[in-house]
Design a protein. Structure first.
Length: 178
């Protein structure tokens, strides 16, 4: 029994849901997203709520029930409120700036990095040590944030690198002299 899969998804005002066969299209003020589910899942809209219904009780279908419900719920939340990830840059000489549609990063390499911002995402740099990534698609926001963090992940000795704002980096003790 999937407890997550059985929960209905509330449709907020200003959000429209269109269901055709296995495809769910959600449209809201922040954008439009679509998702195609496996053939064993059906969707039903009643009383301003979306219900995900599974066809049978096989292990595969039961495991996909909660996943499908979570993906549709994230789509509804994304087009109404949006998702946001904040990154902090720590290190001497490390900085970030927006150059048109490219994110310019200086992270201690011999050359600056220019990262193309994917369509559907907005990237802001309020100051040269903070990067704010926002968009309607939760997976796309998280993937781009992980890509930027992957260029220089925080290292455990000095703590330098790109990290999430709420991330805690465990520090190691360095070498001890005589």
């Amino acid at each position: 029994m999937s407890r997550i899969g059985l929960k209905p998804i509330a449709i907020p005002s200003g959000c429209t849901v269109d269901i055709k066969d296995q495809t769910v299209k959600v449209k809201g003020p922040k954008g439009e997203l679509s998702f195609t589910a496996v053939k064993e899942m059906t969707f039903e809209v009643k009383d301003n709520e979306i219900h995900v219904i599974r066809a049978d009780e096989t292990k595969r279908v039961r495991s996909l029930h909660g996943l499908t419900r979570s993906l549709v719920a994230n789509m509804v939340e994304g087009v109404t409120e949006g998702f946001k990830k904040e990154l902090k840059i720590i290190g001497t000489g490390y900085r970030a700036s927006m150059n048109g549609k490219k994110l310019g990063l200086t992270l201690g390499f011999s050359h600056p990095l220019d990262v193309e911002v994917p369509a559907g995402l907005t990237v802001e740099t309020p100051d040269n040590l903070t990067i704010v990534i926002s968009g309607a698609d939760k997976q796309q926001v998280g993937q781009f944030a992980a890509l930027v963090r992957g260029y220089r992940p925080p290292e455990p000795y000095l703590g330098k690198g790109v990290r999430y704002v709420d991330e805690h980096v465990r520090r190691k003790v360095g070498k001890t002299g005589k």
